[in-house]
Design a protein around this ligand. Structure first.
Ligand SMILES: *Cc1c(COP(=O)(O)O)cnc(C)c1O
Length: 374
């Protein structure tokens, strides 16, 4: 929430059946760890994304944690990820006691650069018994974790080719890209797992929430088991057959999610319309442009981004100050992960493009309801 007279960066919108589903959930008394809305939300998500299975969880970070564990990421393994991401992507790797290994992004998609990744791996790793080994640290590089930035899909074909060559598991952080497609395929459905977030600032919210997507029925069963305290089904006994997690999405959050998902097509159309309006407005402004989806990609345009032609932190900060003073909530990109104290000592590639993007990018008010009356 922002003060009066301020335009938020991103506000949720509740104009569908949210209230009626929530009242129905309360009336059922099933507000917590069991209930029909969770099943319905999972099935709606699977239908929407084309994934065979969706498992709803408490938040997107928890979804990443479970995806990494089930992809076989072990303590002291390395996992590749863009330095240009939200901190949750890196934190989930650390929750597995694995090592975050940061790689560069490309300006076109704002996401992981598969070609730079290939060069980095070719120069710094060797394959041993079919496993990719970091030549400098001796550790196994187990997986790659791309993130679809502000809704834009990464170049998945190029990335999947590199992952196959170096035998890396692919987990897609699709927290920001519900409703985004790469060559017609929904993001989060190409790797072993994709993960979603339904935090209050995302395109669809459950208050707090997340989900795992997978096409593997056995992995979906394991994900459900691990996120529900690994309890063995029984009429009365409490038996848990491994270390599990209490990560299940409460039914009341799923009720909100079911209503929100019905609105997704409307949100997508509104965000695209907003993008077109911004595009026109900035077309005649020198030195700055509105970021737009590349060919083969359909972005959900979750957040709209301006990019300065040249990295210029002083200009970027002057624009941020002027806009925020004028009641327009604008934000820079995240501080790059390798610059944060808990990640400064972790392995990394050359990161010139991520550094340039960070010094050029400004996110501007992006709510679906912007410019829509009511
Ligand atoms: C929102 C987000 C997440 C997950 O966030 P939660 O708040 O845990 O749901 C993960 N990665 C990225 C890139 C995100 O934007």
């Amino acid at each position: 929430m922002v003060g009066p007279g301020t335009l938020a960066l991103h506000e949720p919108r509740f104009q569908g059946k949210e209230a009626s589903f929530l009242m129905d959930c309360l009336a059922s008394t099933y507000v917590s760890s069991v209930g029909a809305y969770v099943d319905r939300f999972e099935s709606d998500l699977a239908t929407l994304t084309g994934a065979k299975h969706a498992v709803a969880v408490v938040n997107g970070t928890a979804a990443l944690h479970i995806a990494l564990l089930l992809a076989g990421v072990q303590a002291d393994d390395e996992v590749l990820l863009p330095t240009f991401t939200f901190v949750a992507t890196a934190n989930a790797i650390r929750y597995c006691q694995a090592i975050a290994h940061f790689v560069d992004s490309e300006a076109n998609t704002l996401g992981l650069d598969a070609h730079a990744l290939r060069e980095h791996l070719a120069a710094n790793t060797h394959m041993k018994h079919g496993v990719c080994i970091n030549r400098h640290t001796g550790r196994v590089i187990r997986a790659v974790l791309p993130m679809h930035t502000f809704g834009c899909p990464v170049d998945l074909s190029a990335l999947l080719t590199v992952a196959t060559e170096f035998n890396l598991q692919v987990i897609e952080d699709a927290a920001e890209s519900l409703g985004s497609y790469y060559k017609g395929q929904h993001t989060g459905t190409s790797g072993i797992f994709g993960t979603l977030s339904f935090n209050g600032n995302k395109i669809v919210t459950t208050g707090g929430g997340g989900a795992l997507l997978t096409n593997d029925t056995e992995l979906a069963r394991k994900a459900k088991h691990l996120t529900t305290t690994a309890k063995v089904a029984h009429r009365w006994e409490f038996v848990h057959d491994q270390l599990g997690y209490n990560y299940r999405m409460p039914n009341i959050n799923a009720a909100l999610g079911c209503a929100q998902l019905e609105q997704l097509p409307v949100f997508l159309a509104q965000k695209r319309a907003l993008h077109d309006r911004y595009k026109q407005a900035f077309a005649s402004v020198d030195g700055i442009r509105l970021w737009s989806e590349p060919a083969h990609c359909t972005s959900n345009y979750w957040l709209q981004s301006l990019l300065l032609d040249e990295p210029d932190l002083a200009l970027r900060d002057a624009i941020l100050a002027a806009a925020n003073d004028a009641g327009l909530m604008t934000r820079p990109a995240w501080t790059l992960m390798h610059e944060l104290p808990m990640y400064a000592h972790m392995p990394r590639a050359q990161l010139p493009v991520a550094q340039s993007i960070a010094a050029r990018l400004i996110n501007i008010p992006s709510s679906a309801g912007l410019g829509v009356s009511g």
